[in-house]
Design a protein around this ligand. Sequence first.
Ligand code: ZN
Length: 102
Amino acid sequence: MLQTFAHYGCHFLLPLVVALLFYKSNWKYAYLVMIAGMLIDLDHLLATPIFDPNRCSIGFHPLHSSFAILFYIFLCVPKTSRLVGLGLVIHIIADTIDCSLM
Ligand SMILES: [Zn+2]
């Protein structure tokens, strides 16, 4: 129960907090782009079973590897890709919190 709450809380509330703090004027757009970072969870479809609540995504799925994470951090640097990068980094942080709660 606490785990489920933490999972959705981090995945949906963290981007919302960042959007409201740093993108006040167009927070809705910023929030939507960051929520799109959720799409990297599609790599779970490559794994069997697709969803395992006791498995840590970080380092297991291809889009959650350390190489991918480095790329997401790099995306935060240029202004044009910063929102996408932020969304992905927040997603990784949320997944890391998930893992530490296991
Ligand atoms: Zn994930």
